[in-house]
Design a protein around this ligand. Structure first.
Ligand code: ASP
Length: 442
């Protein structure tokens, strides 16, 4: 029998997980799901995180040392950052346009606000996010630069949230490797080339359990989700975010077809396993190894580009998150603080959401923390922060799943654009299977 394509297997796992979750909810099996099903999902996410740092280090070093010339790296770096800023500004502007046209805040009654406030304003989910945001805003303006430079490389590599520090160290290391000349760098280069192949093989192996893992992840999302009535009350807000995210996909397809001349449907199909995992895990950081594998082996972006563009993108380029922040901030103002809805405040949102998306960690729920920072920048009344977050908290998880998918799609699109612009997009990418050499070692 012909094996089903990976993205179909994952999709089937997701649908089965959703159905199983709903059945479990009806039968009162929530604790069964938490105790016996969820752990598989957690193990899978841990496995992906486990290889993220070795993969970034190996592939970035391989990428830089393959360049042979530092000016090429500068070229790729500058293009990447500029295109990332450009797509993020498009996302925020789109979010602002939609929320102003569709006015999702209009339909929200004061009973709904009260109900949400009573349920969520004092919940640990909301209070911890407000506290985390205030910790971040108390630091100075250059804190992000200071944070990027680790004082201990091994410590940075042992901390999954210190991705930018790892990238900084690795680039520094890779450039120094170029500078010592090809002959002296050869042993190291061979080592990292081989390490890179090994870690990519680990991605293939981990993906073998992905259909079962997404089953577990989604079943757990269903049994831990909140009241469906609230979802209905917030339908217009959810619809605005979803419409914006869909338009972003159309925007990426347009960019791919105009600038790389590739078929956008082919692009989405090749990327789909990474997108489905982003949706299931709500974490671009956990999805990163799969994104790298798909973009290099299936889409044909050269490692010299992808090894820099993708890890940097996972941390600083979050188009879905920034669109969401723009919609959520204005939605909260429409409901709770209509007098704040001025043009200048909306411009402030563009700037702060841009910086916030750069500063957001690539983990579930990070976008909500940054939303507080966006609200603060426009002088939103402090005492209303918990109410504003309570308003959107109930539907944050499904929106997080969707915006993470867009974040990953945005990174992959930009990697294609940069690759094409420097002549590093292959026409016939060769993908490797997990069992390419299996017969020999069996
Ligand atoms: N979960 C998102 C990501 O990992 C960040 C967020 O919007 O909360 O990309």
């Amino acid at each position: 029998m012909k094996k089903l394509a990976l993205h179909i297997q994952i999709l089937l796992g997701m649908v089965a997980g959703l159905l199983f979750g709903f059945i479990a909810l009806q039968l009162g099996w929530e604790s069964f799901v938490t105790n016996w099903i969820k752990p598989l999902g957690t193990i899978f996410v841990n496995l992906l995180k486990l290889i993220a740092v070795p993969l970034i280090v190996a592939s970035l070093i391989k990428g830089i040392s393959d360049l042979k010339d530092i000016s090429k790296f500068k070229n790729i770096g500058v293009r990447t950052i500029l295109i990332y800023i450009g797509t993020t500004i498009v996302a925020i502007t789109l979010g602002l346009l939609l929320v102003n046209i569709l006015q999702p805040g209009d339909g929200i009654s004061s009973e709904t606000v009260d109900k949400l406030t009573n349920t969520y304003a004092k919940s640990s989910g909301v209070t911890s996010k407000v506290a985390e945001a205030s910790k971040q805003t108390q630091s100075g303006p250059l804190k992000f630069l200071v944070d990027m430079v680790p004082d201990n490389a091994l410590k940075a590599m042992s901390d999954n949230t210190a991705m930018l520090q790892v990238i900084f160290f690795t680039i520094f290391f890779g450039i120094s490797m170029l500078l010592i000349g090809e002959k002296s760098a050869k042993p190291l280069k061979k080592f990292f080339d081989s390490l890179n192949d090994v870690v990519l093989k680990m991605v293939d192996l981990i993906m073998l359990i992905s259909p079962y893992a997404v089953f577990a992840l989604l079943a757990n999302v269903v049994v831990t989700s909140g009241d469906p009535d609230i979802l209905l009350a917030l339908l217009k807000y959810v619809g605005t975010v979803v419409l914006g995210l869909l338009l972003m996909v159309a925007f990426y397809c347009l960019l791919v077809s105009i600038f790389t001349k590739k078929n956008p449907i082919w692009f989405l199909k090749q990327l789909s396993p990474a997108q489905l995992l982003a949706f299931s895990t709500s974490s671009s950081a956990a999805t990163l190894p799969v994104t790298i594998e798909r973009v290099e082996e299936h889409i044909g972006v050269d490692k010299e580009v992808s090894s820099f563009v993708l890890p940097v993108g996972a941390t600083i380029n979050m188009d879905g998150t920034s669109l969401y922040q723009a919609v959520a901030a204005v939605f909260a103002m429409q409901v709770l603080w209509p007098e704040g809805l001025s043009f200048s405040n909306q411009i402030s949102i563009v700037l702060t959401a841009l910086l916030a998306s750069i500063g957001s960690a690539a983990v579930p729920g990070a976008g909500m923390v940054m939303l507080v920072i966006v609200l603060e920048s426009i002088g939103f009344p402090k005492e209303l922060y918990p109410v504003a977050l309570a308003l959107i908290f109930a539907v944050d998880r499904p929106l997080d799943m969707l915006r993470t998918t867009i974040n990953v799609t945005g990174d992959a699109t930009v990697s294609m654009l940069v690759a094409k612009s420097v002549g590093k997009l292959k026409d016939n990418p060769q993908s490797k299977e997990w069992d390419d050499h299996y017969k020999k070692v069996k």
